[in-house]
Design a protein. Structure first.
Length: 271
């Protein structure tokens, strides 16, 4: 009797006090009734704000709407910038964001869903008369390059073109202003954005070699109970990519502006 009681006490102490609920984050979002999701001004066609209604649409905005609909909640738009995403996650202001890239430094506090929604490429928007062929051509002291701070574009600039004069800005609109004012020779951009600005006559989309891949992924705050949410997002992302749904989404928004992503033919977003 004594041995049985002693064994029972030991097992009670050895057992975990509680097991983590992998669905805790999903339940938290559903209980709240809203998905906290980023929205960014000056980032069309990824985020487009209707000036009359205030409603958001666009490639990444629609992805957030899809997730919210599947969870049975509304979207709570949180206006931010790419450079502020990590801080937003740490402060608990966001539940998930699409359009991010692998980032080891950010990965210390943020979980990534390693199932890309779509894979594009990195390009530059070059001023008239400037036609570099390689990233090495850009890595020269006389070359002036703009890139958004806190983004993969800043990482590319600092790693591949450290000899160039680098101009870091908070938004794409500010980078365009630098180009229009002839203060930079090139802007590092994702393929769809380079195609859009080429159409607007601001510069010319160029794909320097070697071609840099741009996997578009989801990220979410690292906290207990998000394993189920990660699994849910991975399933959604795989379906979007393998069925061409995400590619069609990008194409739709660009086509509405008479922009052909085949301007950047190497892009995996082109379908």
């Amino acid at each position: 009797m004594f041995i049985a009681a002693l064994l029972g006490a030991f097992l009670s102490l050895a057992a975990p006090v509680s097991a983590e609920d992998p669905g805790a984050v999903i339940k938290e979002i559903q209980k709240r009734g809203a998905l906290n999701y980023p929205a960014m001004s000056g980032e069309e066609p990824d985020f487009i704000k209707n000036p009359t209604t205030g409603e958001w649409s666009g490639t990444y905005a629609d992805m957030g709407k899809d997730i919210a609909e599947l969870l049975g909640v509304k979207v709570n738009w949180v206006e931010t910038t790419w450079g502020n995403l990590a801080a937003d996650f740490q402060a608990g202001r966001l539940d998930v964001a699409f359009g991010v890239n692998p980032n080891p430094k950010r990965g210390v506090v943020v979980d990534y869903v390693f199932e890309p929604v779509v894979e594009g490429i990195w390009t530059i928007l070059a001023r008239e008369g400037f036609e570099p062929k390689t990233w090495r051509d850009l890595n020269r002291p006389e070359v002036r390059i703009a890139a958004q701070s806190g983004s993969a574009m800043q990482t590319i600039a600092e790693t591949l073109t450290p000899q160039a004069k680098l101009v870091f800005v908070k938004t794409r609109d500010q980078a365009v202003l630098e180009m229009r004012s002839k203060r930079v020779d090139a802007i590092i951009l994702a393929d769809q954005n380079a195609a859009q600005l080429t159409k607007a006559g601001i510069g010319k989309a160029i794909v320097p070699t070697p071609v840099l891949r741009n996997p578009v992924m989801a990220a979410l705050p690292r906290k207990d109970g998000n394993a189920g949410f990660i699994n849910f997002l991975a399933n959604w992302s795989m379906q979007q990519r393998t069925l061409g749904l995400s590619c069609a989404r990008f194409t739709k928004y660009l086509s509405e502006r008479d922009i052909d992503l085949s301007l950047v033919p190497q892009s995996g977003k082109y379908c």
